[in-house]
Write a protein that binds this ligand. Structure first.
Ligand SMILES: C[S@@+](CC[C@H](N)C(=O)[O-])C[C@H]1O[C@@H](n2cnc3c(N)ncnc32)[C@H](O)[C@@H]1O
Length: 211
């Protein structure tokens, strides 16, 4: 890992993710979390102030540099938090053990989002919810073309971020049903097309594990 990725990028990411356009989307979404919660791509812990009425939080992220930035925020939380340094592609938790999985701006950065979604599906209880704020491919052809051209640069400079993934298709292909998808263009960032919503396990989907 070079100097940029080890020292500069985590601080830049923390600053970027605090921008008003992003910050204002967090409360309404995180507020829906209930019970035992797993947050994948926990980053520097920017969602922590918005959790209400949850029993326990598993905070999962592979980056120890971001964990260092999150520690202060973790120490202020009023609920139990267990930090897990791991990839969402291989979640070290048992099947059917989680009420809510939260993901905010992560499916763009995870190398194999299909594997991560399969894992999310596995750990969720049958009546659990996958709640997300993500960004990805724009429905506007001209914007989607720019996203395709610029994704190689964004991957290099922004922690593996693909700006052109079709987020709703990835989620439904993993066996989820999206209950209330909202899509919109992020005004401050023209190449950021937003997808936010709540997904539940589709009844009868083949990768659900019943105990
Ligand atoms: C754009 S940041 C978002 C951080 C945080 N979710 C937020 O809303 O501020 C992307 C996050 O995905 C994490 N990430 C990258 N690869 C991952 C993986 N394989 N599994 C889980 N998280 C991953 C990064 O470490 C980083 O924290």
């Amino acid at each position: 890992m070079n100097f940029y990725h080890k020292y500069l990028f985590p601080k830049l990411l923390d600053l970027t993710m605090k921008r008003q356009g992003m910050e204002k989307l967090r409360p309404d979404v995180i507020h829906k979390a209930f019970g035992t919660v797993l947050e994948i791509g926990f980053g520097s812990g920017l969602n922590l102030p918005y959790y209400t009425h949850i029993l326990k939080l598993y905070a999962l992220d592979p980056s120890s540099e971001l964990y260092d930035l999150a520690k202060k925020r973790i120490s202020k939380a009023s609920f139990s938090i267990e930090y897990i340094q791991a990839s969402a592609e291989d979640i070290p938790l048992p099947p059917n053990s989680i009420d809510t999985v939260i993901s905010t701006w992560n499916l763009c950065s995870i190398p194999h989002p299909e594997s991560a979604l399969k894992e999310i599906y596995r750990v969720l209880k049958p009546d659990g919810k996958f709640i997300f704020i993500e960004h990805g491919k724009s429905p506007r052809k001209s914007v989607a073309q720019w996203q395709k051209w610029l994704t190689p640069i964004s991957k290099r400079l922004a922690g593996g971020c693909h700006i052109n993934r079709k987020i709703d298709n990835l989620i439904t292909d993993a066996g989820f049903e999206i209950q209330n998808l909202k899509t919109f263009q992020q005004k401050s960032t023209p190449l950021m097309f937003m997808y936010t919503g709540v997904a539940v396990l589709k009844i009868g989907a083949s990768n659900n594990i019943m105990l």
